[in-house]
Structures are given as C-alpha cells and as structure tokens.
Design a protein around this ligand. Structure first.
Ligand code: SF4
Length: 132
C-alpha cells in the first residue's frame, strides 16, 4: 500500500488567538479528524535544523496552518525544505480582528472559539482530502 502520510504544521504562535487555534487544529487532525495519516511536525525543531522534520517535508505533502498573515510555518517549510502542498492563513478564515485577539488557555475556550477551531479544521480537511 502506498505511503499516504501528510504533514500538518502549526505555526507555534504564542502571541495571538490564531496561534492557539493553529495548535488546536493540528491536535484535532492527529487525534480525531484524520488519525493515522496525519503527521505533525515541530516547527521550532524544523527551524533549528531538525533533519528528520526537514526530510519529511521534502518527501511528503505538508499543509501549513498559520495563525496570522505572517505565515511563519509556510515560509519556514519553503525556505528549508520544499513547497507546501497547502496553506491556511487563519486571519482569512475567522477575520483578522479575531485571529489577532489575545491567546487563550484551552480551559477558557468559549463556544465562539470552538466554532473558529471547527472552521479552520473544516478548511484543513478540505485541503487534506484533496491530497490523499
Ligand atoms: S504566523 Fe503569526 S501567529 Fe503564527 S508564529 Fe508567525 S507571527 Fe505568530
């Protein structure tokens, strides 16, 4: 059977809600939505020179999920490895004002925040399924 793994890379943003959502969507893809064929890559390790992470992104399709329009994950993948197969700027899905709001602990997520996670997850699944 062909190896169908797809990398999903969150941006690790700690300064805004978009970064929080990015990390939550990666977990959801791994654990609930597309378990088994989703692989997460650690962006800080990737940037620091992690050879395994860079090899993975070179060989397999990756989807960058960025918390804001600076698109750190996408830029890092394309600088150090290969072109991304898909890219999400959370600002473009939930709006810039919401994405740039203050970050939250997962304990304090409201229904509105969970709806944002769902919107970004839906978009990630759409891109993901187009790559499988
Ligand atoms: S994409 Fe935006 S939220 Fe994510 S790490 Fe970069 S600056 Fe922070």
């Amino acid at each position: 059977m062909a190896d169908k793994r797809i990398g999903v890379v969150g941006c690790s943003g700690e300064e805004c809600l978009g970064g929080t959502i990015s990390r939550l969507v990666v977990r959801k893809m791994l654990e609930e939505l597309r378990p088994g064929i989703t692989t997460s890559l650690c962006l800080p390790l990737f940037i620091a020179g992690g050879e395994e992470e860079r090899r993975f992104a070179d060989k397999y399709p990756t989807i960058a999920i960025d918390g804001c329009s600076k698109c750190c994950a996408k830029r890092a993948i394309e600088k150090f490895s290969n072109k991304v197969a898909g890219s999400i700027d959370i600002c473009q899905i939930i709006g810039e004002e919401a994405a740039m709001d203050k970050p939250l602990s997962t304990r304090n997520l409201t229904d509105k925040h969970l709806e944002y996670v769902k919107q970004v997850s839906d978009k990630t699944c759409e891109i993901f399924d187009g790559l499988v």
